[in-house]
Design a protein around this ligand. Sequence first.
Ligand SMILES: [Zn+2]
Length: 339
Amino acid sequence: MKHEIRILTLLFALLWGLAWSAAGRGGAPAAREDAGELPEAPEPPAAAEEAAHGMPDGETVLRVLHDGAVEEMTMDRYLLGVLRAEMPASFEIEALKAQAVAARTYTLYKMRGGPIANHPDADACDDINCCKAYKSAEDAAAEWGGMALYYEEKLARAVAQTDGQAVLYGGEPILAVFCSSTAGHTQNAGAVWQSDLPYLQSVDSPETEELVPNYYSVASFSPAEFRTLLHQTHPEADLSGAPEGWITNVARSDAGFVTTLDVGGVTLRGNELRTILSLRSPAFTVDAEADGITFHVTGYGHGVGMSQYGANALALEGMNAREILEHYFPGARVGPVAG
Ligand SMILES: [Zn+2]
């Protein structure tokens, strides 16, 4: 009898040990699986506790406004549609995982902020000027051709391997914005929008002309074209004299972006002029002459948060998704989302 009890106790201890180690493995954030060459920061003790309360993508249901109709779908399905549209599927898997986490984080941030003014009945839409781009499996397959099955599986893996993971600051999902490419550094949120955020600060970004298509672009406007575009939003701008004198006081950040400039006596943010003129980014130089105004532009996007081409360059250097995200969102950390 004593012997049986001892065996039972041993068996129980063995099973307990197995369950414990399985739970430990399951709780480890997927983004850390393929650690790169950089040393890993030690895991804060709170992480294990949070993992136990993580919110899997399959349990988060969103209302998505796509092609004019509101569709209910789980977070993993939504993120797959965002990945198809937002990042080249040929990118490194760690860059795609970083993109999946950034898009999940951004969406959760918006959902927790209450109804969205543009579409109070939907949590997200497919308009890039409002939310994130979204592409159906059929549309993506038509573009990918023979690579469709491979890419679809790869993107699904990027979502599944980061299930429930988000970029957190003070335990909450952050405003995880991203852009296509920068001029070598990202820029502070305050230089583009109204307010600054501690985790949206300028960091270096390694993308180069060799890695990014159309890294340098040129946009030219005749004086009449420039005047028409500017007066649509700023009719008070005085563009009556010679074009050489229209643009003054160009202020630039250390990151190479135009922060503010005066156009016809009106002070604009660099990003605002970028939007008005549909320039590819606010990292530009300007040549104003009698017969026209020419902008030489570097990179693509507002330059804040994670650079997608920069993320791919870092993945090629061996960084994993967590390291990439914690580089682009300084002070924030990747962890499971609390339900
Ligand atoms: Zn929207």
